[in-house]
Design a protein around this ligand. Structure first.
Ligand SMILES: Cc1cc2nc3c(=O)[nH]c(=O)nc-3n(C[C@H](O)[C@H](O)[C@H](O)COP(=O)(O)O)c2cc1C
Length: 421
């Protein structure tokens, strides 16, 4: 904990998450008070200047999205939606925030809603997150009682209502436009972009969708200023990020650190190295829709653009570490099985493609022409990336290409061994 820099997790372990007074005692709801003294456009400018980028996976500049949503129409109804679906394998950071500091998320949503002129917000959360849901419900109830939600918040002209909506646990419903379909009470099928949610989102109205962690940075940015925030991190990846580290490490868990930290430091200083004295073979960065890396990437900086330049992705901040004994073939198989399971079936390239990828993996195990089959897997994933309707079908190329780049020989040799995954 010594070396962490905590913003989204600043109150973790310090407050009772079920007691609004404790949150207030630790400076809670002071940021919205400061924000309400500012012009809404100044809020957007501060978020832009801070350099904050979306923590849900895509790393899109948050301020720009706020500005788009605010500019998309005059005096129309707008919504703020918090994406608390957290479906990416290996990711469990949003749950930590919601369970331990639900008012921080509420305050972030209030600030963002005031900035863009929204008077209604939703938190879309997966139904299995029982404790998060319970604590959010209690937080919303007490915020209403104390005048931090509802009409004329803190005596101002600003009013904001907030509701929780439960998702049934489909991975695709974390994708912003599919999430909107689900919020509208429809089946979780993706919509074609454009139009983007900032222009035409929930019920056809401009909608700002941000991840839990992203919104949890708003109060500190408003209280301490954009410059304070942008002094942390790297040139283009500012502030802090929560990394969730799992797999064969001594100290799995969540760590909030400044952007730009090396993968080596995360694994060896924070997660305390590889378990049982074994050696590091590789890691999967960013979850199922992420990229495999091997030890040549241990020096990589956790920075959206620098990772991209090296063919890797930061995604939601999930890092699944594996030691010398783990089978890359099995890991890739498991990821591709996940995509097949989660494909909604709306478009052919993804519906058929995800099934074909799995049967190619089986073929790889059972047939001799392994190089040819590997090329087929690559070709199939590339075709899916080019032709699928939404990012789910466009994702398998990332783990497939990176697994082949770093571990091709091993995938071939492991596909000969009988695997018991
Ligand atoms: C298949 C898929 C699943 C996603 N799941 C999540 C999720 O669980 N939580 C999340 O915040 N973003 C998720 N996203 C990203 C969202 O579409 C969107 O980029 C994000 O909510 C925007 O918020 P941000 O800018 O604060 O990151 C997912 C994207 C895809 C393609």
């Amino acid at each position: 904990m010594k070396k962490e820099t905590r913003i989204a997790l600043k109150n973790l372990g310090k407050i009772n998450p079920e007691n609004i007074d404790d949150y207030l005692f630790h400076g809670g709801y002071q940021a919205i008070a400061v924000a309400l003294e500012m012009q809404p456009i100044t809020i957007i400018e501060e978020i832009e200047k801070s350099g904050l980028r979306g923590r849900g996976g895509a790393g899109f500049p948050t301020g720009i999205k706020n500005r788009f949503t605010s500019n998309s129409c005059n005096d129309c109804e707008r919504f703020v939606v918090c994406n608390a679906d957290e479906g990416e394998p290996g990711t469990f950071k949003d749950r930590i925030i919601m369970e331990n500091d639900p008012h921080l998320l509420l305050e972030g949503m209030l600030i963002s809603a005031y900035g863009i002129g929204a008077s209604k917000g939703y938190i879309y959360i997966r139904a299995e997150y029982y404790l998060s849901i319970d604590r959010l419900k209690k937080a919303i109830e007490s915020a209403y009682k104390r005048g931090y939600l509802g009409k004329n918040i803190m005596g101002s002209q600003f009013s904001f209502d907030l509701e929780i909506k439960l998702g049934a646990g489909s991975y695709l419903c974390g994708e912003e436009l599919t999430l909107i379909e689900s919020l509208e009470g429809k089946r979780g099928y993706p919509r074609i972009k454009p139009p983007f949610p900032a222009e035409k989102g929930l019920f056809g109205k401009p909608t700002l969708i941000n991840n839990v962690e992203t919104l949890s940075h708003f109060p500190s940015i408003i209280t301490n200023g954009a410059e304070w925030y942008s002094n942390m991190g790297t040139e283009k990846s500012k502030g802090t990020k929560i990394f969730t580290i799992s797999g064969n490490v001594n100290n799995p868990g969540f760590f909030e650190v400044e952007m730009g930290i090396s993968l080596h430091s995360l694994i060896y200083d924070f997660a305390e190295g590889i378990k049982d004295g074994k050696t590091f073979k590789g890691a999967l960065l960013g979850g199922a829709a992420g990229t495999f890396v091997d030890n040549s990437m241990l020096d990589a900086a956790m920075d959206y653009d620098k990772l991209k330049e090296r063919g890797a992705s930061l995604g939601s901040g999930a890092i699944i570490v594996f030691d010398e004994n783990q089978s890359i073939y099995d890991l890739l198989y498991s990821i591709l099985r996940f995509f097949k399971h989660e494909s909604c079936g709306k478009c052919v390239p993804c519906r058929i493609g995800t099934a074909q990828l799995l049967s190619l993996m089986d073929k790889l195990k059972n047939e001799e022409n392994k190089l040819e089959i590997i090329n087929e897997i690559l070709f199939q994933s590339e075709m899916m990336a080019k032709t699928s309707l939404c990012p789910l079908g466009q994702s398998p190329i990332l783990p497939v290409r990176s697994a082949i780049k770093y571990f091709e020989k091993e995938i071939i040799s492991q596909s000969i061994i009988v695997n018991n995954f």
